[in-house]
Design a protein around this ligand. Structure first.
Ligand code: PMP
Length: 409
């Protein structure tokens, strides 16, 4: 690992002109010391930090990179659209092409709207649910993440009780607590928003049970509330049509972003005909929501996911990583739990401390050896992760386990 002199210099400069030096999910201030803050390049499954160190990347830009960085077909579509025009005085034809494609590949979708970030999409879904039903209450799973504005941000700073006055809470995968929240909302229930997988920081991932997913569908049918699937993180990585397709449960509205355009900035809202009027009546927009380049990138991304074995290859890579880590952990005498979808892996140490000390040391040692993982957030695999990439990463994680073993006795 080259000395982090460029990274240190950038952090010092950032400290003067960016509040806290950095903010949000990409702030590494609280991370183990080997994690770099700044990166300069990425290609395929690889990433380079500001000091030129190369990593096999298992965060994929925290989800957006699904085909691998600099995917040739996506980059060609981006260049072609850049040559034609990006932000004009009205949308480009690609907007209609993309909306048609979303309606084609997403079974519940009769229409689509496009935005920029996941929070735009989840907030639009909540707004459409309220506008369509004329009701106020939105139910959320405790600890669920749906974005970073006052109605949903996980930190309390600057948030007023009024911002959350009409939210109710239930426990993920707990039908009884959901029924209780529904009863409390009474005839003011506008919608239920749910992520396809329970994915909270420093906690094992939890797949939704079929009973739970069906219960949400049944409750929404019974009460006329809108079922919103927040597929921002899982969408287009697990199943092209939506992450609860394998469970046979379809939402009324879905929020998408991250993997939709292989790293270009885009989000989408899809919905049923019954919500078309509600979606027509609200006012949502943004200066950059109509940029054609991201839409061209999205078409190139989604058609590859539809027409190639990219999704299967991604799952294979995730499985190979999980299997390899399981063997290594056992060989080094560590009890671990690997949870969630294989395409979004997470390994936690059974005997870890409350602040995940073992995970922090192990991922730090992996970073030192050129494998970029996260101690407490789920990881992401892309279709560019070949078996050879995974095997090379595993050689290094084996050394990280050995070093962890040496450090903690
Ligand atoms: N919902 C879920 C499930 C997410 O994982 C995220 C982003 N991590 C969001 C919403 C918000 O998306 P964004 O950060 O793009 O606004």
């Amino acid at each position: 690992l080259a000395a982090r002199t460029a990274d240190a210099a950038l952090r010092a400069r950032a400290g003067s002109v960016i509040p806290g030096g950095m903010y949000g999910h990409m702030n590494v201030a609280g991370m183990p010391d080997a994690f770099p803050q700044f990166f300069t390049a990425g290609e395929g499954s690889r990433l380079w930090d500001a000091d030129g160190n190369e990593y096999i990347d298992f965060m994929c830009g925290w989800g957006p990179v699904v085909l691998g960085r600099k995917d040739p077909a996506v980059e060609a579509a981006v260049r072609a659209q850049l040559d034609t025009g990006d932000l004009l005085d009205g949308p480009s034809p690609v907007m209609v092409d993309l909306a048609e494609l979303l309606v084609e590949v997403v079974p519940h979708a009769d229409w689509a709207m496009l935005a920029k970030n996941g929070t735009d999409a989840t907030t639009a879904c909540v707004t459409i649910a309220r506008a369509s039903t004329g009701r106020r209450k939105i139910l959320i799973a405790t600890g669920g993440y749906h974005g970073a504005i006052p109605w949903c941000t996980p930190r309390a700073g600057g948030v007023l009780p009024e911002d959350r006055a009409h939210l109710g809470y239930f426990e993920y995968n707990d039908v009884a607590s959901l029924e209780a929240a529904v009863a409390e909302a009474g005839n003011d229930l506008a919608g239920i928003i749910i992520a396809p997988v329970r994915q909270e920081l420093a906690r094992d991932q939890e797949m939704a049970t079929v009973e739970f997913a069906r219960a949400i569908r049944t409750i929404c049918d019974r009460t006329g509330a809108v079922m919103i699937l927040d597929d921002v993180r899982c969408g287009f990585r697990l199943d092209l049509g939506g992450s609860w397709e394998p469970l046979g449960v379809q939402p009324d509205l879905a929020a998408w972003s991250k993997a939709i355009a292989n790293g270009y900035s885009l989000a989408a809202i899809t919905g049923r005909d019954s919500l078309r009027q509600g979606a027509t009546g609200i006012y949502i927009t943004g200066s950059f929501w109509y940029s054609a380049v991201s839409m061209a990138a999205s078409i190139a991304t989604l058609t590859q996911l539809r027409d190639t074995d990219a999704l299967a290859r991604m799952a294979d890579a995730g499985r190979r990583l999980r299997d390899g880590l399981a063997i290594q952990a056992a060989a080094h005498g560590f009890a671990v739990r690997q949870t969630g979808p294989v395409q979004m892996p997470l390994m936690r140490f059974a005997d870890d401390t409350a602040d995940s000390t073992l995970a922090r040391i192990w991922t730090n040692e992996a970073v030192k050896r050129g494998v970029y993982l996260h101690p407490v957030h789920n990881w992401f695999v892309s279709a560019a992760h070949t078996p050879e990439d995974v095997d090379q990463a595993l050689e290094r994680t084996d050394d990280a386990f050995a070093e962890l073993s040496r450090l903690v006795g």
